[in-house]
Design a protein. Structure first.
Length: 304
């Protein structure tokens, strides 16, 4: 297991993001590594700019995830993994440290599912909506696109090789961000296209509050990536919160212990990003690799 533990910055603000864990990053060329690093940097700086302007943690995580959803490199939004029917079904969730949350699943027309999740949180009495229609999302003021927008040639080729049995479907591919703002508020956002070749209608941990995404002021904000079924069964993000609130352990210990107790027995791998009440950041994964971006000693670090 790899655990990166970063002490809080002087002002306590922090943002950290991930672009998925596991996968086949060892197969990437040097140019591809640079492309992923550049994509992570663009997203990080979008979120960081919000915090530097004294914006909210909620706005910061949305800004970062929006950039990752817009990039064809990551499994969310444009460039999402395709299901067995060759279609993109998108999931996203968001949670504010106040305890409010919103999520959407099996979305096919929202350009940025993270904003659909935020609308559910802020403008409906619900937490999770499945497959909201394009008419509904247009009424919400969201940008609606043709389903073809999400599909890239690279994802088509990937699906073909998976369905032909020439490639094992990767079960890792999610983007997310967690942040703490200058007022001490926390937020988490997570978005995904799911698993390559998945059954139509399959939903993983990303839109399940407490599984792939969780935030509470004064405790922690968490976003997860990996084998979604295991994260749901282990209620991983809430388990990290519970260990901090009731167990009196450090953030790194809570993350590490949860991975050991909930993922390892299920033979599942993945990763976690978390920011604590004081702005401490932890990035951890038991997978071979993880895409992530965070700041350490004033310098941006990108993992590819």
């Amino acid at each position: 297991m790899h655990v990166i533990d970063i002490t809080p910055s002087a002002d306590g603000t922090a943002i950290v993001l991930h672009g998925g864990a596991g996968g086949r990053t060892a197969e990437l060329t040097p140019d591809e590594h640079r492309e992923y690093a550049a994509g992570l940097e663009v997203a990080y700086r979008a979120g960081r700019a919000v915090l530097d302007a004294h914006g909210s943690a909620l706005d910061a995580v949305c800004a970062a995830v929006e950039q990752l959803e817009d990039s064809p490199l990551f499994n969310a939004g444009h460039g999402a993994a395709l299901n067995a029917q060759g279609e993109a079904e998108l999931d996203a969730s968001i949670m504010a440290g106040t305890g409010r949350a919103g999520a959407v699943a099996a979305v096919r027309r929202a350009k940025n599912p993270v904003f659909a999740a935020r609308h559910v949180m802020e403008n409906t009495p619900h937490v999770l909506l499945v497959a909201p229609s394009s008419e509904v999302m247009a009424e919400w003021g969201l940008q609606v696109v043709d389903p073809e927008y999400f599909i890239t040639d690279a994802r088509r080729r990937q699906l073909e090789t998976v369905l032909a049995g020439r490639l094992e479907p990767t079960r890792h591919g999610t983007v997310g961000a967690v942040a703490r703002d200058a007022a001490g508020h926390l937020a988490a956002a997570t978005s995904t296209g799911g698993i390559v070749g998945q059954h139509e209608g399959r939903i993983g941990d990303t839109p399940i509050i407490g599984a792939g995404n969780y935030a509470r002021d004064g405790i922690v904000a968490v976003s997860c990536t990996g084998i979604g079924e295991a994260f749901m069964e282990g209620v991983v993000s809430h388990e990290i919160y519970a260990r901090l609130r009731f167990g009196g352990v450090s953030l790194a210990e809570a993350v590490r212990g949860t991975i050991v107790d909930e993922l390892d027995p299920r033979a599942a791998d993945g990763g976690v990003i978390a920011v604590g009440a004081d702005g401490r950041v932890v990035v951890a994964h038991n997978s071979t690799s993880m895409f992530a971006a965070y700041e350490r000693d004033g310098a941006l670090v990108t993992l590819t």
